[in-house]
Design a protein around this ligand. Structure first.
Ligand code: PGA
Length: 256
């Protein structure tokens, strides 16, 4: 299985800045076999960057998209419109869930829409600090997993990536703490257990599961060696060229 290193630029960079950053990234990024580098630019930069990117080295992801393909949905952009531009789509990110009130039903429709448009969904799940404190982590993970995958047919399950991002460990959250590798291992094990019970062993073992939450060059190696983790989803570190390149290098080292 590949290792996935995914950078989520969130609401950072103008189109011009994104293009300059991409240029530098492509210049410095080796073509690693087995390590898939992906960045999610702001949506407004996706189209120009899709013409600039070298897809042998780097893939592009959508940060968001709407679940209907066309219609009277003022202000929305569909995965149909991003077809051929985005290879992946981040869906169910905690910032979408908690700031923009996206629930599991909407997440499920977006996952299905991405697949329908040949874009690989990266389904993000994770508990908040209070859910963890109240012992609800397992229920939240189960609900978000089963809810988020509810519109995916059995034949399409192999097109899905899962990302575990404990909300309390994401750097934009003020009370950020780091998740320990043991905490990550426990939840990743739970994710695969829920998937096995619901969809069978084959999917549970083969689906890539990424970790995200304040990943940086000094902790990336530890997270990448957690059993069952197949890659990283990062925000802050993906905005700093050297950090993204360092983490790619770590991913290559951990694999070999
Ligand atoms: P962070 O963001 O790496 O800045 O914590 C992770 C994410 O939100 O995906």
């Amino acid at each position: 299985m590949k290792t996935y290193i995914v950078g989520n630029w969130k609401l950072n960079f103008t189109v011009g800045e994104a293009s300059i950053y991409l240029h530098k990234l492509l210049k410095n990024l080796p073509n690693y076999r087995d390590v898939e580098a992906v960045v999610a630019p702001p949506l407004i930069a996706l189209q120009p960057l899709s013409l600039q990117v070298d897809r042998h080295k780097l893939k592009l992801a959508a940060q968001n998209g709407f679940y209907r393909d066309y219609g009277a949905f003022t202000g929305e952009t569909s995965y149909t419109q991003m077809r051929g531009m985005a290879d992946y789509a981040i869906i169910g990110h905690s910032e979408r869930r908690y700031i923009f009130r996206e629930d599991d039903k909407m997440v499920a429709k977006k996952v299905a829409a991405a697949i329908r448009n040949r874009i690989t969904p990266i389904l993000c799940i994770g508990e908040t600090e209070s859910e963890r404190a109240f012992g609800e982590t397992a229920d939240v993970i189960r609900d978000q997993l089963i809810g988020g995958l509810s519109e995916v047919s059995d034949d399409d399950l192999d097109k899905v990536i899962i990302a575990y991002e404990p909300v309390w460990a994401i750097s934009s959250v003020k009370a950020a703490k780091l998740a320990t590798p043991d905490e990550v291992a426990e939840v990743v094990k739970l994710i695969r257990k829920v998937l096995k019970e619901t969809y069978g062993a084959e999917f549970a073992e083969s689906v890539p599961v990424l970790f995200g939450g304040s990943v940086n060059p000094s902790n990336a190696g530890a997270y990448l060696t957690v059993p069952g983790v197949n890659g990283l989803l990062m925000g802050g570190s993906s905005l700093i060229l050297k950090e993204f390149l360092d983490i790619m290098e770590t991913a290559k080292r951990v694999r070999s």
